[in-house]
Write a new protein. Structure first.
Length: 410
């Protein structure tokens, strides 16, 4: 089924599919084995225009919104989830900036973001603040025209390859969650260094690092929005970014099935192709149906999001306001429940499909030179980052309780 409903989305699908086949598949095994970030691929991404899919044409983007970003992420992850993260994590790091930035801040940062000249990363997680984002201990104390930042972030995707980091800090520790703010910190700022590079199960070609801040002086002009509103921007960011993870999960699942079906068609046992055994064929059918259900969930959601996101962006440009403020004018409710449902369902599908495909293909699927084991390793992270499956369930349940309380139903 084709969920692309306009010419822009059709073009994005075609472009990213071709890009994945020509640029990603030939190097995915090597980059995974070496655990290396591919600077050459980064340059190819820049040439392709994929960094600016979701950004308005005013800054050099395509104006495709959340749907185009999700579609591209699915198609790239279908080839390799790790290499797909180069534009994916840059978008994640930049979404909170784009939502909360003033017109002047957008003009300062968005053109290089859209071109891919500068990469972004999102720095939220800390050693003691994972699922509980309110427990972060990185502080940013105002000192004249600067904030002095101290603390550590870990498990930060794209690591030292990024140029700008949207960093969650505590500007008023006494206020708890209401003291959290967001700062944009540039690589190379004195006192900002990198610690441990993580050795990971999956997505190995995207580097994950520890960030260390020691008396880092950040200009006050790099504050996003106002002090104490950082957690609000983080939550809003996750509403828009989690469908991207769901799309990535569907891409991983589809890639695993794409590898499995041809193998089952040609591999013979007891004188017949494996796929003709009803038990195996029925399992393939079930997996295919679940992938399609997840895809339908993702793009139904993102198309609804774009009905508000794209006009809000256009209004922010016209009115010289923030995208966040324009979104508030256009809608009353957040997308939290639906984003969580998409991420929960699709990440579980990715893990199930990858696991079942390894079982279906047998011993060959356990070997490094056959791509299935990589899909299985990569699938697991979709159940973890941007909120674990348990956090998604909490988000969904909280929303449901509020909905039924509002209806006055027991």
């Amino acid at each position: 089924m084709n969920y692309a409903i306009n010419e822009i989305e059709e073009a994005v699908l075609q472009t990213t599919r071709e890009f994945a086949q020509k640029k990603i598949k030939p190097i995915r095994a090597e980059m995974d084995e070496k655990e290396q970030f591919s600077k050459q691929l980064w340059q190819e991404y820049c040439k392709s225009g994929l960094f600016g899919l979701w950004l308005p044409e005013f800054y050099g983007g395509l104006g495709g919104g959340i749907t185009c970003l999700a579609m591209a992420f699915e198609e790239l992850s279908r080839a390799c989830a790790g290499l797909a993260l180069t534009p994916g994590t840059s978008a994640l790091g930049a979404i909170p900036m784009f939502l909360a930035a003033t017109a002047q801040q957008r003009e300062r940062w968005c053109p290089d973001l859209a071109s891919g000249k500068k990469l972004w990363a999102f720095a939220l997680t800390e050693p003691e603040a994972g699922s509980d984002a309110t427990a972060l201990k990185t502080t940013a104390i105002r000192d004249g025209d600067y904030y002095v930042v101290n603390g550590t972030k870990h498990f930060i995707s794209t690591g030292k390859e990024a140029d700008f980091y949207t960093v969650a800090v505590n500007t008023n520790p006494s206020r708890g969650a209401r003291g959290i703010s967001l700062l944009v910190i540039e690589k190379g700022t004195p006192g900002f260094s990198f610690g441990k590079k993580e050795v990971k199960m999956g997505i190995r070609s995207n580097p994950t690092y520890e960030l260390i801040f020691e008396n880092v002086r950040v200009p006050k002009e790099n504050l996003l929005g106002s002090e104490g509103r950082g957690l609000l921007y983080v939550q809003e960011t996750l509403d828009y970014s989690r469908p991207g993870v769901a799309a990535q999960a569907i891409g991983i699942a589809q890639g695993a099935l794409d590898t499995t079906i041809p193998y089952l068609r040609t591999r013979k046992q007891f004188g017949q192709p494996l796929i003709t055994f009803q038990a195996l064929g029925h399992k393939v059918a079930e997996l295919s149906a679940k992938i399609e259900a997840g895809r339908s969930l993702v793009y139904t959601l993102t198309h609804q999001m774009d009905k508000e996101f794209i006009p809000a962006v256009q209004n922010a440009l016209a009115n010289q306001t923030t995208v966040h403020d324009e979104l508030k004018k256009l809608k009353g409710a957040r997308w939290t429940k639906y984003s969580a449902q998409a991420k929960l369902f699709c990440s579980n599908v990715a893990m199930e499909v990858a696991d079942e495909c390894v079982t279906l293909c047998g011993g060959i699927a356990y070997m490094r030179d056959f791509p299935l084991e990589k899909y299985m390793r990569d699938a697991k992270i979709t159940q973890i980052y941007e909120g674990t499956v348990h956090i998604q369930k909490n988000e969904i349940l909280t929303a449901l309780i509020k909905e039924y309380a509002a209806k006055g139903e027991e």
